[in-house]
Design a protein around this ligand. Structure first.
Ligand code: GTP
Ligand code: MG
Length: 379
């Protein structure tokens, strides 16, 4: 394993070596120059600055062993003091087989025409929208049902609180339905089933329930604990019931976040929009994203230049649970990465270059190991 040296650790934390030395002294550790730190000590220093310390695992599947090295990631927000926690909207991901009506459901709620605006009616990317029911907000993520978008469904399942699995009553459970169920279960998310297209004469709700039960989702009317609603996104039947089921589950989950914490948001979509440049749709997890917030996102630094809400309007702030398009990325961020607020642009940039360097080194093969260690000691 490469040694953990003070200058290297400092750079990864966006600090100067003497800052880390000061921490070490407080911890009662006095390393000699170039003396490697114990991982436990490095972990404590990381903790002081809100980072977690991790060592990369060996990757057996890739045919070669990746060099083990030190990586640090901003820590998920630790438990916030009770009095600072505020209720936040549930994040609900709509998943299911292609054409079972996911976008139509959102479309109905938003009373717009998203389906007809899409190329061939097939969702190409995740759309994120907020709807309000009885004065309560719900954040919805639309995901594509096509087989090739498995990755997006997986990421959707991860960022979400509740997964709504849409099954067309005429088609029943199909391959991507099963896959969506699997993702949601694996990510331990609350599942609500929306049996859609109940208006069709060929709808067979009982068959869908049997198929669900066969796949480990016993509906409440069959003595199980999977909530479900029979709906028609086209006609509007059952659509309020579905919203109420969602809000009921959300209430049980007591979803709260501290709007005053360090802002942290998950990237759900990133693209280059002509005229706008690099943009990403994020969902704020904690804190408040504001115009001017400097941030780090994976290996890239940035600063929030504009925030655009789901209605296409410019906004000044985005609270926890809110989806928002962010302009101000240095480069196209990776979907699934987290945007974390930094104290200032300088620190964001320093951490960004540090991470880019880290990635560059990671791409080098194991035979470069010695050189990499040299580099670490040289920093
Ligand atoms: P992908 O994004 O491609 O995975 O599809 P999707 O699940 O978003 O399906 P979408 O909402 O695009 O709907 C597919 C087709 O089903 C459209 O032609 C809709 O008009 C139709 N549809 C959706 N909901 C209903 C419904 O409740 N009843 C009937 N009869 N048709 C529906
Ligand atoms: Mg769709």
């Amino acid at each position: 394993k490469p040694p953990i040296l003070v200058p290297d650790l400092a750079a990864r934390l966006g600090l100067k070596p003497f800052n880390v030395m000061a921490d070490l002294i407080k911890l009662g550790v006095f390393p000699a120059p170039n003396q490697p730190l114990e991982p436990e000590v490095a972990a404590q220093v990381c903790e002081i600055h809100g980072f977690t310390f991790e060592r990369e695992k060996r990757d057996k599947d890739k045919g070669f062993h990746k060099v083990e090295e030190v990586i640090v990631e901003p820590e998920a927000p630790e438990a916030e003091p009770e009095n600072l926690l505020k209720e936040r909207p549930p994040i609900v991901t709509i998943m299911g087989h292609v054409d079972h009506g996911k976008t139509s459901i959102l479309d109905y709620y938003r009373n717009s025409k998203v389906v007809s605006g899409e190329a061939g009616g097939i969702t190409q990317h995740i759309g994120a929208y907020q709807v309000s029911h009885n004065d309560q907000l719900i954040t919805f993520l639309d995901t594509p049902g096509h087989a090739i978008f498995a990755d997006m469904r997986k990421r959707g399942a991860n960022i979400t609180d509740i997964a709504v699995i849409v099954v067309a009553a005429n088609d029943g459970i199909m391959p991507q339905t099963l896959e969506a169920i699997k993702f949601a279960q694996k990510a331990q998310k609350t599942i609500i089933v929306a049996i859609n297209k109940c208006d069709l004469p060929s709808a067979n709700v009982e068959r869908v329930k049997t198929q669900l039960a066969e796949n480990g989702l016993q509906t409440t009317d069959y003595g199980g604990d999977t909530e479900f609603a029979c709906i028609s996104a086209l006609k509007g039947d059952g659509m309020d019931v579905l919203l109420e089921l969602i809000l009921l589950q959300a209430e049980v989950m007591e979803l709260r976040a501290n709007p005053k914490a360090t802002a942290r948001a998950g990237v759900i979509e990133a693209r280059v929009v002509p005229g706008r440049g690099t943009t990403a749709t994020v969902i704020v997890e904690s804190g408040t994203l504001k115009i001017g917030t400097p941030f780090i996102c994976g290996p890239f630094a940035g600063k929030v230049r504009s925030l655009i809400n789901d209605l296409g309007k410019n906004v000044k702030v985005a609270l926890p649970g809110t989806p928002v398009e962010v302009i101000g990325f240095e480069e196209l961020p990776h979907v699934g990465d987290h945007l974390t607020e930094m104290k200032n642009e300088r620190e964001a940039k320093a951490l960004g270059s540090e991470r880019q360097e880290e990635l560059r080194l990671k791409r080098l093969k194991p035979q470069h190991r010695n050189r990499m260690e040299d580099l670490f000691t040289m920093v």
